[in-house]
Write a new protein. Structure first.
Length: 94
């Protein structure tokens, strides 16, 4: 049986797309999961939940409480919980 992982998405840089006003959250959890290497999807049973759609500069203590609540409420049902960072950058190898 494959480990069951909960992926909580929060928006941020990793989910941003260019807009006329600059970057703005635009990718949902399914789209982010589509960027994962196929080997990851083959090894884990992944449940995706979009819990926030915010730029990292807009994350406040209330949002951290929301994230913590989702982790606490789901901690016994999954082998692990992954929270998309609210501010990371992925670049292609050079």
């Amino acid at each position: 049986m494959r480990p069951h992982i909960l992926l909580l998405t929060t928006g941020g840089t990793i989910a941003s797309l260019p807009t006329a006003e600059g970057l703005a959250p635009g990718l949902d959890g399914e789209a982010l999961a589509g960027l994962l290497p196929q080997g990851i999807m083959d090894c884990y049973d992944i449940t995706i939940r979009d819990i926030l759609h915010l730029d990292s500069s807009n994350i406040q203590p209330e949002e951290w409480q929301t994230i913590a609540r989702h982790v606490f409420e789901n901690r016994m049902e999954y082998s692990g919980i992954v929270i998309t960072p609210v501010s990371i950058h992925i670049s292609e190898p050079t």
